[in-house]
Design a protein around this ligand. Structure first.
Ligand code: FES
Length: 157
């Protein structure tokens, strides 16, 4: 379930911790596995657990706690909109409504063609730049007007 490349990347993370603490790399390992598979299925979680010598449930607990991890398929492009209070007061809910309207989905859903998934996010540390959204946990887009959102969705198609 983990490619040679993923194992190499995980080994690099493991090396950052004492030899008897390789489970400390679980968050990094899950991120690497998710990059490879798109989401963290049970077999992927099992593979990460085996690689780190952890109980699968302990790895699942981490995967299900952090919102950047997908424990179900979230489409090719997962859009996460920060809806915490500072952003909500600065147009985040309106931006989210625009995305919902354009894609025909609600939070937690994926478009029928599997291209887009939408989630609510917690503070990204960019409260002054609301509305803020993340694409696939990697690319942050700030001050998203309706026109910006329309353009982004078109670019990601
Ligand atoms: S509250 Fe949204 S980025 Fe901080």
């Amino acid at each position: 379930m983990l490619s040679t490349n993923a194992q190499t990347l995980i080994d690099r993370e493991i090396a950052k911790y004492p030899a008897d603490r390789k489970q400390s790399a679980v968050i990094a390992a899950l991120a690497i596995a998710q990059d490879e598979h798109g989401w963290l299925s049970e077999p992927v979680i099992q593979a990460v657990a085996d690689y780190l010598g952890m109980a699968p449930m302990a790895v699942y607990e981490v995967a299900s706690f952090y919102e950047m991890f997908n424990i179900k398929p979230m489409g090719r492009h997962k859009l996460t909109v920060c809806t915490n209070l500072p952003c909500a007061l600065s147009g985040a809910l309106d931006a989210a409504d625009r995305i919902k309207e354009k894609l025909g989905i609600d939070f937690g859903q994926v478009t029928a063609d599997g291209r887009f998934g939408l989630r609510e996010g917690q503070c990204f540390g960019a409260c002054g730049d609301a509305p803020v959204l993340l694409v696939n946990n990697k690319a942050m887009h700030c001050k998203m007007s309706h026109a910006d959102i329309d353009r982004l969705l078109e670019d990601l198609k």
